[in-house]
Write a protein that binds this ligand. Structure first.
Ligand SMILES: [Zn+2]
Length: 266
């Protein structure tokens, strides 16, 4: 059993407080990683704790950190926290962050595939013969006519009768978002997603310039680096994640926000 000095105990307690507010647990699994992430992330959230709740808790962790050169990790084997040097901690954190980002990316990709699938299905359901997917806005030509959206045969699909908006504004908007446009965008976005996911890590003849995340299987080239298997440091993963996120936002995805709640009182 490893006993912590009072200084380290104070750091462990400050970290534990964060876990307590996020999950009502003294030391939730991965607390050391999540707290480190929150220390380095603007407006981060964890569990039920949002930025407002976290700010004073993280200040307390920062204050405790200034008095020591160690970080605390939970040790499940002996059921107690252990102090480790930052030198030992940084690669551990990088691997965890990489794994976390990979999982986030997989979830995001699955979300986009579902969203494009739904948009595709709905657009197809709005088509009723080989080529009815191009819609045109047709303003009323005479006083007895109505503003309509018509298909390629000139058959009406939508009568535009907005109560409190400009007919032409609404009509042009509907025509711009006809099934043809939706199917075109869905197809392009799917190709964009595939393109993004096949982007390579930096591989160079000089091991120093080769990304540690580049592997023979994934890159189709031999990785001459002795740093194999580490976290991506060439920027590829962050870039891909950011772009996939933007793609998802176009379909209405927004970053999950935690409800600010408090722990049940016993
Ligand atoms: Zn990389």
């Amino acid at each position: 059993m490893h006993h912590l000095t009072p200084t380290l105990r104070a750091l462990a307690d400050a970290m534990s407080d964060v876990s307590e507010h996020a999950y009502c647990a003294g030391w939730l699994v991965d607390t050391e990683y999540e707290v480190w992430r929150l220390l380095h992330e603007e407006g981060g959230r964890w569990g039920q704790a949002g930025p407002d709740t976290l700010a004073p808790l993280l200040d307390a962790v920062r204050a405790a950190r200034r008095r020591t050169n160690f970080w605390i990790v939970g040790d499940e084997a002996v059921g107690a926290e252990q102090a480790i040097t930052y030198e030992a901690w940084r690669p551990m954190y990088e691997k965890w962050a990489q794994r976390r980002q990979d999982q986030d990316l997989s979830r995001l990709v699955a979300w986009i595939r579902d969203a494009t699938e739904a948009a595709d299905r709905i657009a197809h359901a709005a088509c009723w013969d080989a080529q009815p997917d191009v819609w045109t806005a047709r303003p009323a030509q005479a006083s007895y006519e109505r503003y309509t959206i018509v298909d390629h045969l000139g058959d009406g699909v939508v009568a535009v009768t907005p109560e409190n908006a400009d007919q032409d504004g609404v009509g042009q908007h509907i025509a711009l978002h006809d099934p043809h446009a939706v199917l075109r965008r869905v197809a392009a976005d799917r190709r964009m997603l595939d393109d993004l996911l096949t982007e390579h890590h930096t591989v160079s003849d000089d091991p120093f310039y080769t990304c540690p995340a580049a592997t023979e299987e994934r890159e189709g080239e031999t990785n001459p680096s002795s740093r194999d298997g580490g976290a991506c440091d060439c920027g590829r993963d962050a870039r891909v994640y950011r772009r996939v996120q933007l793609l998802a936002e176009g379909y209405g995805w927004s970053p999950p926000g935690a409800e600010e709640t408090s722990c049940p009182t016993n």
